[in-house]
Design a protein around this ligand. Sequence first.
Ligand SMILES: [Zn+2]
Length: 82
Amino acid sequence: MIVVKKGVVRMVVTTMIIIFISLVLLLSFGYFIYYLIFNNKVKKLNCPTCGRELKVIQKTIKCPHCKSKLFEHENGELMLRN
Ligand SMILES: [Zn+2]
């Protein structure tokens, strides 16, 4: 009886460890995929006022360096917003 109980406990512990490892792997895989998709959306453009490189996620942004209000033009360049 004791041997059987020990076997069951070991099986449960092993199953829990496998589930935990699978969860960690799934989470890191999901994060990796999310990072890849998110990274593709981020464009790097130069600010027309101060010339510094900015990460553009939205169509309209504000330069963190010179506080210029900018928008992304159709030709892919940043322009000043009035
Ligand atoms: Zn700027």
